[in-house]
Design a protein around this ligand. Structure first.
Ligand code: TMP
Ligand code: ASP
Length: 251
């Protein structure tokens, strides 16, 4: 057990609040029940979502850490709190796509469900006011957010995370269609996985179901008004629980 005290709010996002603690090496993240989609044009409160995403993320971070993926994750405290290392978040939404879905099919003539081999990496500039625009290599260079070496490290880490997540989810009889991650730099300049990995940030299809709507076990249930959002997240939790180390407990 590591004791700490939660202090001031550092940042409030759509699904989480980030707090400083009385320890320099520890930041506390509270997972909220707020659900948003389409850049927060659609909003709801889904009771229990925060706790489910906190638990699912913790289990997945434990799994990825054990597989050698560097993360900001340290442990959990109670149902909705995660303890992490302080990081400087790179303002890039890193999306890896294994199967065509969502915005890719709206923006390009690629049929939904098309397998993408090799997987497609899409980088978006993280800025709600600008609607998280898709980045090009030239735009990335112009913004000078990362050195060429750091960009290479980001791409490698994204594909490593995809490989590990695909293996994990296949064991859970879930198809990893696509996902978004955020990465950050630690105080010593190490690039690590940060934020969360949950049904809010992944598209997951139940391998045991062929019905195109019935198989959806992620936030698309909320985006498309399919109902059963919390039940779907609960099913994901049940399945990952069997495949991941138990989360370390703080507090
Ligand atoms: P997209 O199809 O809308 O581009 O989404 C790709 C993946 O990224 C999908 O798994 C959902 C996730 N995602 C987020 O986690 N946050 C976001 O703000 C968006 C737009 C997508
Ligand atoms: N996370 C984004 C929002 O809250 C978009 C999405 O996930 O669809 O609006």
């Amino acid at each position: 057990m590591t004791s700490y005290r939660v202090q001031q709010l550092l940042h409030e996002g759509k699904a989480k609040r980030v707090f400083a603690t009385d320890r320099d090496d520890l930041v506390a993240v509270e997972f909220k029940d707020d659900a948003t989609a389409f850049n927060a044009q659609k909003k709801a409160q889904l009771q229990g979502k925060g706790a489910l995403n906190c638990r699912i993320s913790a289990l997945i971070f434990e799994y990825l850490s054990a597989a050698g993926v560097p993360t900001h994750y340290l442990g959990v405290d109670g149902t909705n709190w995660m303890l992490v290392r302080p990081v400087q978040i790179v303002p890039i939404e890193v999306v890896v796509r294994n199967v065509a879905a969502g915005s890719l099919c709206r923006q390009l003539p690629i049929a939904a469900g098309t397998a993408l081999q090799p997987p497609l990496l899409d980088l978006y500039y993280k800025d709600d006011a600008l609607g998280d625009p898709l980045l090009t290599e030239a735009r990335l260079q112009r913004l000078a957010l990362l050195s060429p070496q750091q960009l290479k490290a980001l791409e490698q880490l994204a594909f490593q995370i995809n490989d590990e997540l695909r293996t994990l989810f296949e064991r859970c009889r879930l198809q990893l269609v696509d996902f978004k991650v955020e990465l950050g730099f630690t105080a010593t300049g190490e690039l690590v996985l940060a934020d969360e990995i949950s049904p809010d940030t992944c598209r997951l299809w139940d391998r045991g179901q062929s019905d195109p709507k019935g198989r959806i076990l992620d936030k698309d249930r909320f985006r498309q008004d399919l109902g059963g959002v919390i039940e779907a997240y609960g099913e994901v939790l049940k399945r990952v629980q069997g495949q991941c180390p138990k989360p370390r407990v703080y507090g």
